[in-house]
Design a protein around this ligand. Structure first.
Ligand SMILES: *[C@@H]1O[C@H](CO)[C@@H](O)[C@H](O)[C@H]1NC(C)=O
Ligand SMILES: *[C@@H]1O[C@H](CO)[C@@H](O)[C@H](O)[C@H]1NC(C)=O
Length: 218
């Protein structure tokens, strides 16, 4: 009797302690000042191993991948350049990343989600319709111009559409060194998901699925 009461109390204590843990955090906290990733290491656990500190130089902490305008001559008329751990290895374990987003007039950064991060963004030039959808399918959106910001909560499907008459430029930031981007159209129509799954899901004939899939053949 006393033993089962003790067990009960212990369980309550464990649940209580778990509730105290921050549930909002994205990447785990770093365990050292920095850990410049060795991207060619054969072992990766949850992130990348650190390059030896003795081999780290100033250049490791700088990235000039955002200096050039993205080439928007493509079907979405948009270009996204990521500064994440894979392109900027000094971000390893630091829980942050950014993107440069160039969108031509009428272009779109199509619906996608970042499974490991919330996103904030600031418009530098142009006019963007930014929107996201909740898990209850509630849609929130706004047209933004230079200097204005948006936030997209972690994991929610969102997009940016250039509704202006000139090019748009935005920078976005993430609380993960590798936020991941699941593009809805590519996930569904450029992967190996069987056609039967798609015809049944969208309740359309196979030719409709074939037509959509043909748009995403590389
Ligand atoms: C990165 O890892 C590879 C494979 O383990 C190793 O051969 C290489 O020396 C490492 N590079 C640095 C800079 O430590
Ligand atoms: C932009 O991309 C298109 C299509 O790939 C290519 O034809 C064009 O040369 C590129 N423009 C520049 C400035 O690199």
């Amino acid at each position: 009797m006393a033993a089962s009461l003790l067990l009960h109390l212990l369980c309550c204590l464990i649940v209580f302690l778990l509730l105290l843990l921050p549930s909002h955090s994205a990447d785990p906290d770093p365990l050292q000042d920095f850990c410049v990733a060795n991207l060619s290491a054969t072992v990766s656990v949850n992130g990348f191993p650190c390059k030896p500190a003795s081999e780290v130089t100033s250049d490791d902490f700088f990235f000039d991948g955002f200096t050039e305008e993205g080439n928007t001559t493509n079907p979405f008329a948009s270009f996204l350049r990521p500064a994440n751990v894979l392109t900027f290895p000094a971000l390893n374990t630091l829980g942050i990343a950014m993107n440069r987003v160039d969108i031509a007039p009428g272009g779109i950064n199509p619906p996608h989600s970042h499974p490991r991060a919330s996103e904030v963004g600031v418009i530098i030039e142009g006019k963007l319709l930014v929107g996201f959808v909740t898990t209850n399918n509630v849609f929130y959106s706004k047209v933004l111009t230079a200097g204005q910001m948006f936030v997209v909560p972690r994991g929610l499907v969102h997009f940016q559409l250039n509704v202006g008459d000139r090019k748009a430029l935005a920078y976005t930031a993430f609380n993960s060194h590798l936020p991941g981007a699941a593009l809805v159209p590519l996930n569904l129509f450029a992967s190996s998901i069987p056609n039967e799954v798609l015809t049944k899901t969208f309740r359309v004939d196979a030719d409709v699925i074939d037509t959509i899939k043909s748009k995403f053949k590389s």
